[in-house]
Design a protein around this ligand. Structure first.
Ligand code: NAP
Length: 490
């Protein structure tokens, strides 16, 4: 990714620069972009927060954050260059008159301004109002907003509509950081540039697809946030549905943002509806109890520090969903995500149908299903499992499944692998929306998720418990077992 000379320098304003996201992800990513020489020479980074800090104090905090979240590495010369970009403004956004400070600073340079809202969505509206009042929302400027965009279709529409009063859709960059991952982008290349995949990526050849996003962490002190949303809204509505829409989408007319977003949207709109009639058949909700994780005893969800007892919030979800279109009809997609799982892992597994000839069945029970495992994290890459004859004189064709392995780290060891936030910050500076989520996609996802949540409520669904350090409640295994399948062994 080369920075085009045509693109002007920009200023990046980080609303909420004292917060978790800014300290752990944004500032360290920007520092690494500096090191890679990917920041425009004149770009300034303007942190907004509620603190009586001068620039010097902001720089001190930023330096510490970068050091802590950049593997304890901070190079003197890079830091010197990077820190010269940093400015701090003490603004409580609830008083929009305070935005004159930002206006004054930005007026000095007539540049594109990218506003990153690293603040709770409940105050996105007031930020927009402040930006609008001081004309900081002009057409050339952009905003980047983070998930969760709302907690339902209704609230997401409200946020989108409020923002829409001040910014056009082409100015709004909605982040789902999974879209910045190299392996997710490679899915598009894998599907549409390889004819043997392209022609076989459909109901004729694919038996079913599994998507797993497991976390080792528990609630991590995010009690006030997570307990209100649960795993369904926190993970399925955004990350898993985005992954699903990319795997299942048809080829876009070209790689322009609106065409990619349109194909993903078609998938989201074709998801089979899960409602009161089939909720128990297609979904599983779980909550972790105390258990052993990597030989360490960890508390259960309701025993975590700051917890409220007797909560029915799900920390695990498994879902079976179909896509009602001619490409995928009758191919189940199984989604699973949970906290306090044995390991942190994100993978997509495509299981291909058994060879209908079945010539080798006699000596090879259960071994003939080909599969492709796409490792999203860690160890990004692809493993393809192919059946081969075991060498020997016997004519019974004993088969062995062999793994063909592609590892990003090994294959491209001389190339820098951008992390998701680095890539997304770069793409937003270039004005490229193809790795961002459109308003319509967000709303289609919420519509589908709302139906599930409403049905759980109507059915008074109770979470099933699973021990921390396991792969979720037994019903999750049963979800596949009743279809004669099982989760990919991780
Ligand atoms: N943390 C992550 O890794 C992560 C990942 C994905 C999405 N997100 C999303 O990113 C956004 C920020 O998350 P976060 O974890 O960074 O939250 P956070 O740690 O609570 O930080 C939010 C920041 O906003 C500031 N703030 C709140 N109200 C303000 C106001 N009226 N005026 C000025 N500043 C105000 C807070 O300032 P004070 O310090 O003064 O209170 C705080 O520094 C949220 O939408 C979240 O859902 C976060």
């Amino acid at each position: 990714m080369v920075i085009s000379k045509k693109i002007k320098a920009y200023d990046l304003v980080i609303f909420g620069t004292k917060g978790d996201l800014a300290r752990k992800k944004l500032l360290p990513s920007l520092y690494r972009l500096e090191k890679l020489n990917k920041l425009y020479k004149d770009t300034r980074i303007i942190g907004i927060g509620r603190a009586n800090w001068k620039n010097k104090e902001y720089k001190k905090i930023a330096k510490q954050s970068i050091y802590n979240y950049n593997n304890k590495i901070l190079e003197k010369n890079i830091w010197k260059k990077f820190s010269s970009r940093l400015h701090f403004l003490n603004i409580d956004v609830n008083d929009i008159n305070n935005f004159h400070k930002l206006k004054k600073l930005c007026n000095k340079k007539k540049r594109i301004i990218i506003h990153y809202f690293a603040m709770p969505p409940s105050i996105f509206g007031i930020i927009c109002k402040g930006l609008g009042k001081f004309n900081l929302n002009s057409n050339k400027n952009r905003i980047i907003i983070e998930k969760p965009i709302g907690t339902s279709l209704k609230t997401s529409k409200k946020i989108n509509n409020t923002i829409g009063k001040y910014f056009l859709e082409k100015q709004i960059f909605r982040i789902d950081h999974y879209l910045g991952k190299e392996t997710i982008l490679n899915l598009i290349a894998l599907k549409f540039s390889n004819s043997h995949f392209f022609t076989n990526w459909n109901k004729n050849t694919v038996d079913h697809i599994q998507i797993t996003v497991s976390e080792e962490v528990g609630i991590e002190g995010r009690w006030s946030y997570f307990d209100k949303v649960g795993q369904m809204k926190d993970m399925i509505q955004n990350h898993l549905l985005q992954i699903l829409s990319i795997i299942a989408m048809s080829p876009p007319d070209n790689l322009k943002a609106n065409n990619i977003q349109l194909e993903k949207l078609k998938v989201l709109k074709s998801l089979s509806i899960i409602n009161r009639d089939n909720i128990n058949e297609f979904t599983v909700r779980g909550q972790y109890t105390s258990g052993l994780l990597k030989n360490l005893k960890v508390p259960g969800y309701i025993n975590e520090i700051g917890s409220i007892k007797n909560r029915n919030t799900e920390t695990f979800v498994a879902i079976k969903v179909n896509i009602k279109n001619s490409q995928w009809n009758n191919v189940p997609f199984y989604l699973r995500t949970g906290k306090r799982m044995p390991i942190k892992k994100s993978e997509i597994v495509i299981f291909f149908k058994p060879n209908y000839l079945n010539l080798f069945k006699k000596n090879n029970e259960n071994k003939l299903l080909n599969k492709m495992v796409i490792n999203l994290q860690p160890n990004e890459g692809i493993d393809i499992y192919i059946n081969n004859k075991v060498p020997g004189l016997d004519s019974n064709f004993k088969l062995k499944q062999i793994k063909f392995k592609f590892s990003y780290q090994k294959e491209f060891k001389n190339l820098y692998l951008y992390d998701a936030y680095e890539r997304l910050l770069l793409e937003s500076s270039l004005g490229n929306q193809s790795l961002f989520v459109s308003k319509k996609e967000i709303e289609a996802s919420w519509k589908w998720v709302d139906s599930i949540i409403k049905s759980w409520k109507k059915k008074k669904s109770k979470v099933e418990f699973y021990k921390a350090g396991t792969w979720g409640p037994e019903s999750s295994n049963y979800l596949l077992k009743k279809d004669g399948r099982s989760w990919n062994k991780i």
